[in-house]
Design a protein around this ligand. Structure first.
Ligand code: BEZ
Length: 216
């Protein structure tokens, strides 16, 4: 499958709400302020790696994730990697797209590819599990799940839905020849417009969030 590309400027313009709306999950993590301050003063040690490939061993008190896990289809592998990274008793706190997340948009992206003779479902890079399904995965991997829920969170977009599609629907559009991609995204926009665009022209995406806290 073609990979999604990321553009910091476009993300800031079209998707800044992703981090802004993630604050309740930071509260669930409940990071001790003194440790965060100490970490800040000492300079954060940042490394960039694929979550499904990370190689840490009982090093962390907590693993926190916002709006990432739905991009990783091999959920068991990332859970296993998180478990390996945590110290005994460590906590895994996260939020990601849950069951039926952006269902209207997702259905339109798939249908518009199907209509063109492609396999729209196969182009989807996303995994949006139910709370029960993800709880079973966490439990199987040895976590104790303290809290898990799927929360509907319709989200007003900062602009036209085309910005959202251009930022996030890269793997769908990449199935098509370059010359057909823009028309495809515009057809997706037209298909979801009755459901997601209000009379005043504002767009709302039908987000749901899977939010959980689990301990090793
Ligand atoms: C999400 O945060 O749920 C999400 C964002 C972009 C594409 C798909 C899902």
């Amino acid at each position: 499958m073609a990979s999604q590309t990321w553009n910091a400027e476009a993300y800031d313009r079209n998707a800044r709400f992703v981090s802004d709306l993630g604050m309740p999950v930071v509260e669930l993590l409940d990071p001790p302020p003194d440790l965060v301050d100490a970490a800040r003063k000492s300079g954060l040690n940042v490394s960039l790696t694929d979550a499904a490939q990370m190689d840490f061993h009982a090093e962390f008190d907590a693993v926190f994730s916002n709006a990432v896990l739905h991009w990783i289809k091999d959920a068991d592998r990332v859970i296993e990697k998180v478990s390996a990274a945590l110290k005994p008793g460590g906590r895994f706190v996260a939020e990601c797209g849950g069951h039926k997340n952006i269902e209207t948009i997702h259905d339109a992206l798939v249908s518009e590819l199907d209509t063109r003779g492609y396999d729209g479902g196969a182009a989807s890079p996303w995994y949006f599990p139910t709370a029960q399904e993800y709880e079973e995965r966490l439990t199987r991997a040895g976590f104790r799940v303290d809290y898990i829920e799927v929360i509907p969170r319709p989200t007003r977009l900062p602009g036209d839905i085309l910005g959202f599609l251009e930022t996030f629907a890269g793997t769908f559009a990449a199935v098509l020849p370059v010359a057909e991609r823009q028309a495809y995204l515009e057809d997706v926009r037209n298909r979801v417009r009755p459901a997601l665009c209000a009379e005043d022209g504002t767009w709302t995406a039908d987000y749901t969030r899977l939010r959980f806290k689990a301990c090793k």
